[in-house]
Design a protein around this ligand. Sequence first.
Ligand code: NAD
Length: 295
Amino acid sequence: MTAELISGTEISKAILAEIKQEVDEMREKTGTVPGLVTILVGENPASVSYVTLKVKTALNLGFKEIQDNQPADISEQDLLALIDKYNNDPEIHGILVQLPLPDHVDDKKVLDAIDPDKDVDAFHPVNVGRLMIGGDVVRFLPCTPAGIQELIVRSGTETSGAEVVVVGRSNIVGKPIAMMMAQKGVGANSTVTIVHTRTKDLAAHCQRADILIVAAGVPNLVKPEWIKPGSTVIDVGVNRIGTNEKTGKAILRGDVDFDKAKEIAGKITPVPGGVGPMTICMLMRNTLRSAQKSI
Ligand code: NAD
């Protein structure tokens, strides 16, 4: 059996087209467009490339986009003042601070200074709490978990009553996606197990999963015999396992042994081209929803 491929590349394209249409309608009806500020401190090459992609995507969608680059030696106080300025700017609906920040700046203090109603990354404790409560109080879902849930829903995978096993318990992927899948609602209502480095029998838990979500950051952690035949496998891991000598580009692999797993699973995401493209897409959707709410 060869699994159906869940293409994040294709699904994200479709979602971006939907967002663009909503932005066009919003501009026509209200004269307002979503406003996103991306704050980049210093010139870390990976951060520069992430921010460049976010800015390009926002501009393509017709957002107002401010790329606010600050020097690596900006003081914490000045950075907090900058966030305060955007918190009070009615044309800005989303504030994104690219991590990591320089060592002399307290990341937590900076992220906590963002108005929770403009916190489109959904890292603020208020938004983490809202996610835990679920239902109407949720303002934003964190982008990677939201992208994972969207892939599950749009691939037609039944989640109600499904056994979901999440490998990893990080604050940005494992814990939030586990909570989201356990909530009442569409694309959720699942029975969720979280497994991690101290779990006694990882294989036995994974073998029960109708939906297996792997976010460990360990290449080929999940062996083919851990996969329940016909299940949906979402591989969040992005691991650089070498460099392509011809192109000089990094060779990426997920946490699942993809070539063998695809012969057992019913549906599976590739790496790259699975969860990766969904994250920016969900950031844009959060900014759009924030703008809609503000009108
Ligand atoms: P993390 O290091 O913060 O957390 C990893 C988790 O996996 C930990 O909770 C740990 O307990 C668990 N884990 C690690 N090794 C394990 C093992 N051998 N057995 C069982 N559990 C184990 O990582 P993270 O930030 O959650 O990211 C996980 C992976 O997802 C990374 O490869 C990261 O690059 C990738 N990621 C991708 C995207 C994206 O595609 N947009 C976004 C975020 C993270």
